[in-house]
Design a binder for this molecule. Structure first.
Ligand code: GLN
Ligand code: ZN
Length: 732
């Protein structure tokens, strides 16, 4: 029997209602009750989008983040009684940490848990939400116990925690059963990691108990599930399992084989509609796959579903008015992906007309360029290696740049004030001309150069005032990529961004950053660092095309960046920085896939950054666990790297004890996410610790990330202290 089930529909809302309501509450424009009502409306809208499904989840709405809600549900944060208490946890001085959710650009709130944590049911959110939206089709949504603990931080003892969480989940499941829910959705993407025996024992023990009481379906996604984990979870009395068959492709649908003897009489929720790409799925191919799954596995019931939650996609293609018709007609955002699920079911019933879904009227041959492809084909090993090794380059560069020891610099952006945002908006709306806008940007560049000279920084930047976003800006200029008008997706909390779409071969046919950089350089004798976003980050924070490999897309972007590097050189620029904050995040979920990924991603960076030996080439990374990939970072062969360390509390320094990092490095001396002006003493301690493992002659002094979110009043005194610190260090 074939049924349909979609999950993870974006809570952002068609017109960013989520962001608007929550921020209105924060700004005191609406009260607690109104905020609750607004969120209920959004939940109803999500359900409306699922209306054609046989089943759908309820309770996917949240005021901020679902992992945070689960932590409150389990009583980890005490007496959270109001929205005020709730937002106190994530805003302000003692805000909980956030980190990247799997290999995506969504950030979840990281709970703290250890063996002493008191765990008891504090908030039966799943029941409350179910009561509000009861129906025969509604399945209460609950974050699964394993994923919750797996993603928490702290001294976790699965053995002890097991008993504690089990009780809470039992209570929730029983209450939902009593309320009349037929199934319960336990969201368990954590099962796709490579798990330890201890973790599998946890899963076995917890699920054996909690799924005895009612029909539990366990939903996994983002990757395949290892066979041992599959047999563990399927040996418990769960009612059904959700498998990501889209991302199974990379392992030749191994799970299809694994499930053969394991599935027995369980429901299979087959994730078959790609929840991570914006392209329409091919209804015919997907239907074939569904038929193959049914005939191979003969599940008790098969539910057609999406692979991965739909919130990585914008709300609907209907909102886009400026896309080229050949692109627009091939796109499917969240709303359209749900439609695809229905189409597949109809198609399997023999309704042939649904093939119209993939009938495209507009030619798209102009998306592809032979020259770009052949340039990739003709790449040689040489293209990935700079002409001279680091120890020779560094001599040439220091002759040219003559920089003092403990060189000071910043990461690139300076405050994006209301004035800057307003000017950009006016320009986009056509209220000011291109010339006026450029003049405005130039005036900002003049200001920021003057300020940096006054502060006494050594390597200057132009401030990045012309950039709305570090990826969108490049996507607007490069061929083969487009940006959307209303394709907002949540990054964390109420922060949204629009990921560009890579539709064709990517190349550069006009200047990207040269105009602003050369202008900035003309104003000062000090070197101005040209800053660009690197190929891995542009790839990671965009929607990809699916007809060629990620490696090939990354190489195309790398060549476009390289073309700009060469032009910058011709224009006399001596210092270039290629940012790669997504280098770690883009790494696959399973360690066994790392080798392949790092092989091509390192090459992509090296291709983009193959500047002449005279050019001092920088890179920058932030907000990831870098310790375990220092060897990979070293292989990028950048002359200088600036890296954020506040996130890992300086733990990264330990790793440098084990790895002899002998290129130049700036470990951020203060956290740009805090409005506080750092004291010289505090920064000095950080430097002293670092100098135990890093040669002073290689050490740079810089903040840990870009300053765009800060205010000028904070930035100026902070940088002054930083420069003073460097002067002290030079003296001693
Ligand atoms: N150059 C960028 C900036 O300074 C880097 C941003 C980032 O690393 N996320 O804002
Ligand atoms: Zn950064």
């Amino acid at each position: 029997m074939v049924k349909t089930y979609a999950y993870g529909f974006p809570r952002i809302g068609r017109n960013r209602e989520f962001k608007k309501s929550v921020e209105a509450y924060w700004n005191g424009k609406i009260d607690e009750k109104t905020l609750s009502e607004e969120l209920d409306k959004i939940q109803k809208d999500i359900i409306a989008n699922y209306s054609e499904m046989d089943y759908y989840p309820v309770g996917e709405i949240t005021g901020y983040d679902l992992i945070l809600d689960t932590a409150i549900m389990l009583g980890l944060y005490g007496n959270v009684k109001s929205w005020k208490d709730y937002y106190d946890l994530v805003r302000g001085k003692n805000a909980l940490e956030i980190t990247k959710w799997f290999n995506t650009n969504y950030h979840y709130v990281v709970p703290q848990i250890d063996e002493k944590s008191e765990i008891q049911l504090f908030w039966n959110k799943p029941l409350e939400e179910y009561k509000k939206n009861k129906s025969l089709k509604a399945i209460p949504f609950v974050v699964g116990p394993f994923t919750f603990i797996k993603l928490s931080k702290g001294n976790k003892n699965f053995g002890i925690l097991k008993e504690k969480v089990k009780e809470v989940y039992l209570e929730i499941i029983k209450s939902l059963k009593d309320e009349g829910a037929e199934f319960i959705h336990l969201d368990e993407p954590g099962l796709v990691y490579e798990l330890t025996d201890e973790e599998r024992k946890f899963i076995k023990d917890v699920y054996s108990d909690i799924s005895k009481f009612h029909k539990v379906i366990v939903i996994t996604y983002y990757d395949d599930v290892e066979k041992d984990t599959l047999s563990t979870i399927l040996s418990t009395p769960i009612e059904g399992i959700g498998i990501d068959f889209v991302h199974n492709e990379r392992r030749n649908f191994q799970n299809l084989e694994d499930l053969k003897n394991l599935l027995k009489d369980k429901i299979l929720i087959s994730g078959i509609i790609d929840g991570r790409t914006v392209w329409k799925d091919n209804i015919e191919n997907v239907s074939k796959k569904v038929k193959e799954i049914i005939s191979k596995l003969e599940p008790k019931e098969l539910w057609i579903s999406n692979a991965g939650p739909l919130y990585h996609l914008p709300y609907s293609v209907e909102e886009e008015n400026n896309l080229h018709p050949s692109i627009k007609e091939r796109l499917a955002f969240a709303k359209e992906k749900v439609k695809e699920i229905t189409y597949i079911k109809e198609y399997l019933k023999g309704n042939k007309s649904v093939l119209e879904w993939n009938n495209y009227k507009n030619d798209n041959s102009w998306w592809f360029k032979e020259e770009v492809k052949s340039r990739i084909k003709n790449l040689k090993e040489d293209d990935f290696t700079r002409e001279k090794p680091y120890n020779e380059r560094v001599k040439i560069q220091s002759e040219i740049l003559k920089l003092p020891k403990f060189t000071t610099t910043t990461i690139g952006s300076f405050p994006q004030t209301e004035e800057v945002r307003q000017a950009r908006l006016k320009y986009k709306k056509g209220e000011i001309s291109k010339e006026e806008y450029n003049e405005f940007i130039k005036s900002k560049i003049r200001e920021v150069i003057k300020i940096q000279e006054e502060i006494g920084l050594d390597v200057l930047v132009h401030g990045e005032f012309e950039r709305s976003d570090m990826v969108e800006f490049f996507a607007e200029k490069l061929q083969g990529m487009v940006t959307t008008e209303n394709g907002w997706i949540l990054s964390y909390g109420t922060r949204v961004y629009r990921a560009p779409i890579i539709y064709g071969d990517v190349y550069r046919d006009k200047n990207l950053v040269i105009d602003e950089i050369t202008y900035a350089q003309s104003l000062t004798k000090k070197p101005v660092k040209a800053i660009m976003t690197g190929p891995i980050t542009i790839l990671a924070w965009s929607y990809e095309r699916t007809d060629i490999s990620e490696k090939e897309i990354a190489f195309q972007i790398a060549l476009a960046i390289l073309d700009e590097v060469k032009e910058l050189e011709k224009n006399g620029i001596k210092v270039i920085q290629i940012d790669e904050p997504a280098f770690r995040e883009k790494a696959p979920i399973k360690r066994r896939d790392w080798e392949e990924y790092f092989e091509w991603s390192i090459k992509a960076f090296r291709l983009a950054s193959k500047a002449s030996p005279e050019i001092q080439l920088h890179t920058h990374m932030c907000y990831s666990e870098f310790g375990e990939i220092i060897d990979k970072i070293y292989k990028l062969d950048a002359d200088v790297i600036s890296i954020e360390t506040s996130r890992s509390g300086g733990d990264i320094i330990e790793y440098f004890e084990k790895f002899n990092y002998d290129h130049q490095i700036g470990l951020g001396v203060y956290d740009v996410h805090s409005p506080e002006v750092p004291e010289i003493k505090t920064m000095q301690k950080i430097v002293e610790r670092a100098l135990k493992v890093i040669d002073p002659k290689n050490f740079w002094i810089n903040p840990d990330c870009g300053l765009k979110t800060r205010k000028w009043e904070e930035v100026i005194p902070s940088l002054k202290n930083m420069v003073k610190l460097s002067e002290n260090l030079r003296e001693s």
